[in-house]
Design a protein around this ligand. Structure first.
Ligand SMILES: Nc1ncnc2c1ncn2[C@@H]1O[C@H](COP(=O)(O)OP(=O)(O)O)[C@@H](O)[C@H]1O
Ligand SMILES: [Mg+2]
Length: 246
């Protein structure tokens, strides 16, 4: 079975792209063929996070407008178990982005991939709605603070409007010290505010940032607590969003 999962937050900087590439690499390492699609126009970053920026000749816009074939537009990261990526478009306008053409692309990709991950831009507007219209699962990534929670609710609303019924959230950049001092939003508040299930939490860890800067998602190193945490989150996604036994 092939699953199309969108990763959104409403707010920028919550860690959507970081989580997208680490989740994607976790599945790819486990033998499940995965492709990431960078849906942030004019602010792409997955090519950098995967260290393939020098090979990004074509992008999602080129594929959707027929400038290149789907195969030509897909980049492979040989150093990351062959994880694949469609880079984001480098245009401000998104007139080229239509539900129908994105839907057709996703249908074609379903023949080849187990996981299709749409890394969404911040905001809860038209692009998010377009992504939601082709997704069967949605992950909201938020940080434990009120602005992020509000934006997460807006993003979830767009998912609901587009009948993305399988949804979960990941709390990212959690700082235990602040949590213990009650200076961060607690789980219960987040859980009550969102209409979806918790898939796990990721701690604030400078190694995650350093790895992103080097173009190698942190889970490439498998024997760390972070890689184990992502394997756990990946299991939760299968179980809670897709009812799969693992
Ligand atoms: N758990 C984390 N710990 C430390 N840094 C993180 C964490 N998650 C994300 N970051 C860093 O935060 C910045 C923004 O992350 P990014 O994934 O690009 O956010 P978004 O896609 O939501 O805009 C990046 O520098 C990234 O390395
Ligand atoms: Mg991003």
């Amino acid at each position: 079975m092939s699953s199309v999962v969108m990763i959104a937050s409403g707010k920028g900087g919550t860690g959507k792209s970081t989580i997208a590439c680490n989740l994607g690499l976790t599945w790819q390492i486990q033998g499940e063929k995965t492709i990431l699609i960078d849906m942030s126009p004019n602010a792409r970053c997955l090519d950098l996070y995967l260290g393939v920026e020098n090979y990004a000749l074509f992008d999602i816009r080129d594929i959707l407008t027929g400038v290149c074939s789907t195969d030509r537009g897909i980049l492979t990261a040989p150093h990351l178990s062959g994880l694949q990526l469609i880079p984001g478009a480098q245009t401000e306008s998104v007139q080229w982005l239509r539900k129908e053409t994105l839907g057709k692309l996703v249908e074609v990709l379903k023949y080849k991939y187990d996981w299709i991950i749409l890394d969404c831009p911040p905001g809860a507007g038209e692009i998010l709605s377009t992504c939601a219209s082709v997704s069967d699962g949605g992950i909201v990534v938020l940080t434990p603070d009120w602005p992020s929670l509000r934006a997460a609710q807006a993003a979830e609303e767009v998912m609901l409007e587009n009948q993305v019924m399988s949804r979960g959230y990941i709390l990212n950049r959690v700082i235990r010290d602040l949590e213990e001092k009650k200076l961060e939003l607690d789980y219960r508040t987040v859980d009550e505010a969102l209409r979806c299930e918790s898939l796990g939490a990721v701690l604030e860890d400078q190694n995650i940032r350093a790895a992103g800067a080097m173009g190698i998602p942190i889970v490439a190193k498998q024997d760390t607590y972070i890689a184990e945490n992502f394997r756990r989150i990946a299991r939760e996604i299968r179980a809670r969003l897709y009812d799969e036994e693992w």
